[in-house]
Design a protein around this ligand. Sequence first.
Ligand code: FES
Length: 127
Amino acid sequence: MPKRDRYLFVCTNRRPDGNPKGSCAQSGSEELLAALKAAVVTNKLQAVSRPCGASCLDVCWEGPVVAVMPDDVFLGRVTKDDIPAIIEALAQRDVKVSEHPKLRDKVLSRGQFDDPALVKLGVKKGD
Ligand code: FES
């Protein structure tokens, strides 16, 4: 299989129930990954796009999280309802996924990578 234009890394990390951080798997990411893989096949995009499971992408509070590479875009709170827009974006090979009008509000900004629990305590990442 040739190198694809895009790889979609869907965080499927699962933490034990009761962990205050939660996890993308608890937010439905495993089902999201399965549905995304099926949609890529149904739309015959498997030669250009590859959804893969990933471990924690360290933005757990925005899960389910999908990192789109090489677009360098992280999508947060992705649901199965977003799959049609993702598929449309993947089919437009020369347009970044983040430029799809229905996905713009899913794109995580730099500030969303700061752990809200640490921000609340006045501690920022890297401190
Ligand atoms: S559990 Fe998915 S980003 Fe951490």
